[in-house]
Write a protein that binds this ligand. Structure first.
Ligand SMILES: O=P(O)(O)OC[C@H]1O[C@H](OP(=O)(O)OP(=O)(O)O)[C@H](O)[C@@H]1O
Ligand code: HPA
Ligand SMILES: [Mg+2]
Length: 184
C-alpha cells in the first residue's frame, strides 16, 4: 500500500498537519521560556514520538541534546497490556540534568507513569512531560503533564507517529481508522 493511498482505511481526520505544526510552535515557545539558560535533554519515547521529537526539536530555540528510550505496552493491538517493557534504554546518565520526556500520546497513562517513576529514580535535576495528544476519558492513572498539544476523544487514532499494528505512522495528520481495518 502506498503512503498516499491509505485513504480507504481512514474514517476521519481528527487533527490536520497545519494544526499540528501550529501547536508545536506554540508549545516550543513555552518550553523555550521554561528552560532559558538551562541545559535541556529531550527524551523521545520510541517509536511513536519520532515525529513529535523531530518537529518539536526544530521549533525550539533552546539548544537541546536528544536521547531515546524504546518501551512498548501495546504490541499489535489497540489496548494497553499494562505491562511496559524496555526495548532500548537511554544512552546517557540523566543524573543532575533537566529532562523533558516527549510523547506522542497519553492514553491510559500507564506507559508514562511507569516511565516517570523509572526516570525519576535516576535523580534528574528536573523531569517534565510534553505530549502531543492526551485522552482524558481513558486515563487509568493521573499524571502531571506540563505541556499538552490536544485533548482528544477516547478513540484509537493513527498517524504522525502513531500506529495500528505498525502501520500508518507516516501519515502527516492524526485520524481514526475505518472499522473494517480492525476486522469489523
Ligand atoms: O498511555 P498508554 O495507554 O500507556 O499509551 C501510550 C503509549 O502507547 C504508545 O506506544 P506503544 O506501546 O504503542 O509503542 P510504539 O510507540 O512503538 O507504537 C504511545 O506511543 C505511548 O507511548
Ligand atoms: O490511540 C492510539 N493509537 C495508537 N497508538 C496508541 N497507543 C496508545 N493509544 C494509542
Ligand atoms: Mg504503538
Amino acid at each position: 500500500m502506498d503512503a498516499k493511498d491509505m485513504g480507504a482505511d481512514l474514517e476521519k481526520v481528527l487533527i490536520t498537519k497545519e494544526e499540528i505544526d501550529a501547536k508545536l510552535v506554540e508549545l516550543a515557545a513555552k518550553i523555550d521560556a521554561e528552560y532559558a539558560g538551562k541545559d535541556l535533554l529531550i527524551v523521545g519515547v520510541l517509536k511513536g514520538a519520532v515525529m513529535v521529537m523531530a518537529d518539536l526539536a526544530r521549533a525550539l530555540s533552546t539548544p537541546v541534546t536528544m536521547d531515546w528510550m524504546a518501551v512498548s505496552s501495546y504490541g499489535a493491538g489497540t489496548q494497553s497490556s499494562g505491562v511496559v517493557r524496555i526495548l532500548k534504554d537511554l544512552d546517557t546518565d540523566i543524573k543532575g540534568k533537566h529532562v523533558l520526556i516527549v510523547e506522542d500520546i497519553i492514553d491510559s497513562g500507564l506507559t508514562l507513569s511507569w516511565l516517570i517513576s523509572n526516570l525519576g529514580s535516576r535523580e534528574p535535576a528536573s523531569l517534565k512531560v510534553c505530549t502531543l495528544l492526551r485522552k482524558p476519558e481513558a486515563a487509568k492513572v493521573a499524571i502531571d503533564v506540563e505541556w499538552v498539544g490536544f485533548d482528544i476523544p477516547n478513540e484509537f487514532v493513527v498517524g504522525y507517529g502513531l500506529d495500528y499494528a505498525e502501520k500508518y505512522r507516516n501519515l502527516p495528520f492524526v485520524g481514526t481508522l475505518a472499522p473494517h481495518v480492525y476486522g469489523g
